[in-house]
Ligand binder design. Sequence first.
Ligand code: CA
Ligand code: CA
Ligand code: CA
Length: 381
Amino acid sequence: MIISSKFTLFVALFAIAFTAIAALPIEDADSFEDGLLDVEETPLSLIQDTDVQDDVKGLDVKYYNLGGQISKLPDFSALKPTSTDVSAQINFPSTDGNFATSGSSQFVGAVWTGFIEMPRTGDGFLELGLDSDDGSKLFIGDKLVVDNDGLHGMKMVWGKIALGAGKHPLRVEFFENGGGAGIIMEWKANGLNQGVVPASALTRKEMPVTAATDVQGDVKGLNVQYYNLGGEKSKLPDFSALKPTRTDVSDQINYPSTDGNFATSEARDHVGAVWTGFINVPSSGSWDLFLDSDDGSKLFIGDKLIVNNDGLHGMEVRSGTIALGAGKHPLRVEFFENGGGAGIIMQWKGPGVSKAVVPASALTRTEAAVRSLNNSFFYFN
Ligand SMILES: [Ca+2]
Ligand SMILES: [Ca+2]
Ligand SMILES: [Ca+2]
């Protein structure tokens, strides 16, 4: 009896001990003992590479105006980029001047997207580091790998991920509040020394080139149709539902802000304008198009919205990028003025062309459009 009860006790104690051991968290199965903090739990399963073809060197970067003091990364999906560019690497040491190619020294956000190529020497694990002032985050696909968010000077944070050799979707978010601004993206792995991620490992999808249109018998200048918006507006109306009150030809879209009548509309407030015609780009490649306007505006190439600068605001610039074949492309620019100042300026920047107001020599309309211009007089005279 005594032996039996001792045995029962022993079994019971053993069962309790065994349960306790089983309940213990499993020892970090991460065999990569490096003393670095993993972000969340680094999955041990390898993320397979993405089949990327026709990619080209460099990451896409979008810059954002954050409007004022911030202490952490914003929701970039709710913001409109102020300009776009390509970065060969993310390697911007701290500066008190303008951050990277953003043209701004404070309250600036940046988002890089593209692909990072995991070298075969990496043995599955890749460590990625962001050294930034102020906050930054790095994602591979949907997975947050480095969280270096918040207000701080240059500070390095590492994360680790298991990646198959090949290309993986990369996204890096960054913001600069004030003072110094910088961000450097580094990597290291077995067989790969720590260093700035080289340009050779960073690519993006090349934008499909929009072919030029074969336009015959075009003449200088854009058609412009003016509209009376009838009252307060906070965004561009559906112009197809309105009848123009006046038509004209504009050599360029270059109207600095005025409190008087807008352009040749003969109206100072509650006025809309739509320019149509062609923009002739001198060479094939990536073109940046800019609209600086008070109030809202949009720019379309064919059916594609390239610049969205809609809404109520003073002179404010927005840009978009499109790959264009050399030659003429259908252009449509919409604009509205609610009250106060009114202006719109269209600029471009492309291969061999510095940022400048799109010159009159690059803007045309067809003869057919001239006829419709005459027809439109029929409606109103
Ligand atoms: Ca700073
Ligand atoms: Ca006005
Ligand atoms: Ca205005």
